[in-house]
Design a protein around this ligand. Sequence first.
Ligand SMILES: O=C(O)CCC(=O)C(=O)O
Length: 339
Amino acid sequence: MTEERAEPRTLAFEWRVWAAENLLRGVPREQVLAGLRDEDVPPDEARARVHELERSPAFVAAGAIARRLRQLELVLELQARLAEEAPAPGVERCSEALPAARFYQRYYAGNTPVLLERFADGWPALERWRPEYFKRRFGDVEIEVASRRESRLDPDIHFAATRETVTMADYVDRVLASGPSNDLYAIANNRNTARPELQALWDDIRPPPGYLDMSRVAGASALWFGPAGTLTPLHHDTSNILFVQILGRKRVYLGPPRSRGLLASARGLYNHADCERLAPAERRAAGVIELTLEPGETLFLPVGWWHQVRALDLSVSLALNCLQRRNIYDWYKPGALGA
Ligand SMILES: O=C(O)CCC(=O)C(=O)O
């Protein structure tokens, strides 16, 4: 009978990748070698391959990048730890009229959300923008809406397939007849505020001085109008938005750009995470804040902040991007960097 001898194994490519990744993450060399031994890699082979790996130009270059990455991670960690010390997690509320200069200094430059209770004070839109008014005033105007959303996977990502052109009158009838539903929604991508026939809308808003460049409002704003139950999944924008809730309430989940948990589940501008399904403890760990936006309130959505929005009632909202400061951050797409 011949004695069976184990063939000496060479370290498989996947294990070299595993070893490289762990070494670059700062796992001590001896621990990596022990991990390979546990996988039955002969100790000499493991040592020789790890040595070879550490001397490869790709590993040396990756080491420099990993150190830089770790530095940036520490900056995020510092911000996250400090944020945990905030007296009450939540969005700041501002119950006084906030001068634009202070808004830009504290919230825009600070990349900090704030709920402005007085921003839309006295706007005729708060009284007027009801479905019946839209039908009476703009009934014949053709608008675009997103429809049959429920029968599609990720209707917001595959928005083009949901486009439908209808008259405002028809749309209003469908919204009024609808129960709570996410099937039908006029959203930002429908670009209805750019329509020449809807420009009279701007007579109904009175933004406080210094915030907005109203010469750009038609192209840099969005009307969100739909039944109770619409859901905009978790995503971030590449501009800052003043989001004015005109009619009905919306529940908003907000997560900071520094949230490592949310960064890990980013996919393009959207996110695999569903805040409605996360347990409260998971939301807290990801730094997610929940708030209900009431009619007449304005939420400042800073660029890069994740947000997920559910209409609790039939709802009309106006998103304003035409801020008086620079407001194009198209390069900010951490979820588009690939694996
Ligand atoms: O109100 C909504 O459904 C979504 C609003 C939003 O996500 C936005 O304005 O970026």
